[in-house]
Design a protein around this ligand. Structure first.
Ligand SMILES: [Zn+2]
Ligand SMILES: [Zn+2]
Length: 432
């Protein structure tokens, strides 16, 4: 392999620590990209082509976020596809799955296609998740075949659950027929109504209505039973409680095709960390108890949890500047995901960088069926994230690329910084 020349039009990433879990690779090497694809990994000589010096940096398959709210169509005051994907690029994400709870809701192939048009100005790949039921009302299924044809990579009614057994059964069957996963926002809304925080000592102390852990775990248990009966693929969105993870472990041991994602805020913060009445700590699912977080950390370490997803949920400042009870749920997360993963999982818990890369790239690619992404095998699409795993930096939300600032992590010092993000071999973000 050595001594081969890089020709014009190609890009050589030189001397990086290449971490690619799909090839069990963690070694220093050069990475050659050509015509938007991975061409070669090895000891390569540059000649005429462009070179990125990457000594001290990790080169990983481009990160894929399974759960992002880009807010278009209809809610551009919160975020746009252009601003949201700029934030994604700064966070090392080369692909994002955009949730359907927009205005209108993405329950039609025309909307699914609109999201992917070049006019939207996306900096990274946008993979639409289409509504699982018409207007996400949980009554009638959308047309999964037509939505998949239009480019949807999954179905979900995120923001609310597929609650009734009947509609969940129908969704699993229809999604199985077209090969899409069903992403479930697992919340039994019959027992969380009016809830704004995890039910526990903190919600009692603050006098706020709690959301019990069993509202999540009971629905995950039900969904796994249904998936076991029907087949198909179930993906549990933003899993946050220990009992739900236990159910996923059980499902996996039975051979059920169930996967799950966890957000950085759920593996970082606790319900007791909530600054009283600060709406930047209000999200759904809510921050949970210490034993719940311990279970999540364990699952991220041992592989029971498949993916880290941000549930990036931008809101305009005035929307969050209201009473806790009335504020919308959600925080932004694209620009802090890697820093939190490295600081909390690698730094505090000793989780390997290779596992973190798998949680951010290889596994999510598999979940949405992107075989040419999430890997640096020769021939794969050249989506690449370069990051410095040791760089300390301070996150300043006001300097972020997202339109929104709603985050509890403003001013946090983090370790691990994205340096360069490439989509199909083109640099879409470079940290100066
Ligand atoms: Zn949700
Ligand atoms: Zn969401």
């Amino acid at each position: 392999m050595s001594g081969k020349a890089v020709r014009g039009g190609a890009l050589l990433i030189r001397g990086a620590r290449i971490i690619d879990p799909t090839q069990q690779l963690d070694a220093e090497a050069d990475l050659l990209l050509r015509d938007g694809r991975v061409a070669e990994i090895g000891k390569l000589a540059a000649d005429a082509g462009e070179v990125i010096e990457a000594r001290g940096l990790v080169a990983a398959p481009g990160f894929i976020d399974l759960h992002v709210h880009l807010r278009e169509p209809g809610q551009w005051q919160k975020e746009t596809i252009a601003s949201g994907t700029a934030a994604a690029a700064a966070g090392g994400f080369t692909s994002v799955c955009t949730m359907p709870n927009t205005s209108p809701i993405n329950d039609l192939p025309a909307i699914t296609r609109w999201l992917q048009e070049p006019e939207r100005g996306a900096l990274v790949n946008v993979f639409p998740v289409a509504a699982a039921s018409v207007a996400s009302q949980g009554e009638r299924l959308t047309d999964y075949y037509a939505l998949a044809e239009a480019g949807a990579v999954a179905v979900s009614d995120d923001g609310r659950p597929l609650l009734e057994d009947r509609i969940m059964r129908e969704a699993l069957r229809a999604a199985l027929a077209v090969g899409l996963p069903v992403m479930q926002h697992a919340e039994d809304t019959r027992i969380t109504e009016g809830g704004v925080l995890n039910e526990g000592p903190t919600s009692f102390r603050l006098g706020l209505h709690g959301m019990p852990a069993r509202a999540e775990s009971s629905l995950v248990e039900r969904d796994i039973e249904l998936t076991r009966e029907i087949g198909g693929r179930l993906h549990v969105s933003h899993l946050s409680v220990a009992a739900a993870l236990e159910a996923v472990r059980r499902g996996k041991s039975w051979g059920v095709q169930v996967t799950c994602e966890v957000t950085p805020h759920h593996f970082t913060l606790l319900d007791e960390d909530v600054i009283p009445y600060d709406t930047h700590f209000k999200m759904n699912p809510p921050l949970r108890s210490r034993p719940d977080r311990e279970a999540l950390l364990q699952g991220l370490e041992d592989g029971a949890i498949d993916a880290i997803a941000t549930d990036h949920a931008p809101h305009a400042p005035h929307e969050k500047a209201v009473e806790f009870d009335h504020a919308p749920f959600g925080i932004v997360g694209l620009e802090t995901a890697l820093g939190l993963a490295i600081s909390r999982l690698h730094g505090v818990r000793g989780v390997s960088l290779s596992r973190i890369v798998a949680l951010l790239s290889a596994n999510p690619a598999r979940i949405i069926g992107q075989r040419e992404r999430g890997t640096l095998r020769p021939g794969a699409i050249a989506d690449v994230t370069l990051f410095d795993p040791t760089r300390r930096w301070r996150y300043q939300a006001a300097q972020g690329r997202s339109k929104a600032r709603n985050t509890p992590f403003d001013g946090w010092e983090l370790t691990g910084k994205v340096v360069t993000t490439l989509v199909a071999g083109h640099v879409v973000y470079r940290n100066e």
